[in-house]
Ligand binder design. Sequence first.
Ligand code: DX5
Ligand code: ZN
Length: 219
Amino acid sequence: MSKKRIAPSVLAADFANLQRDVEMINASDADWFHIDIMDGVFVPNISFGMPVLRDIVKHATKTIDVHLMIVDPDRYIQTFADLGSDILTVHYEACTHLHRTLQAIKAAGMKAGVALNPHTNVSLLEDVIQDLDMVCIMSVNPGFGGQSFIENTYDKVSALKAMISRKNASTLIEIDGGVTNKNAKQLVDAGADVLVAGSYVFKSDNPTKTVKDLSALVN
Ligand code: DX5
Ligand code: ZN
């Protein structure tokens, strides 16, 4: 079995101590940096944009996993490639021509991901699964950190995992929202490969230990 990755979500970091928090993740057992970009239109919140990402990338030594919660993401594919994103995930619900968007992400040199809102059925990816490096299953409604995990996620992960196997695809399954030590194992058992964790990591007393324990729990 390949290693299950832990991707702390920088949204829950202390933005006044961003370099400190980025270096903490560098030195931890975390695998990726999960970066949430929100535009106040696709989701009812605004997070941070390009200048902040540029400074994160300056210090980060691990994979940069960018989750775009924005309308018309095609406008910014090249920008996020230039900033140093390794994986670019767009929302299914924000893309009229998803297949074209995925090709553009890959042509810009990044891995391509699609995120699904809690109400979006995984079966809608049937015709693009082979083009996808990753599917991000939202286990909360996107827009805010610190929300509680939606239990229906387990069934979605199992269904997606079955589709990936059936189609002989190598797509990774990422889970985003409300991930803790209470649901991590069950998610991985259902087929998850990457666990995003924001508040569970950054709001804990010892984030480094929280990442280490979470990683040990699923590996
Ligand atoms: C939610 C974001 C998540 C968020 C996760 O819209 O996409 O990545 O930061 O935060 P927690 O782990 O606190 O639910
Ligand atoms: Zn996210």
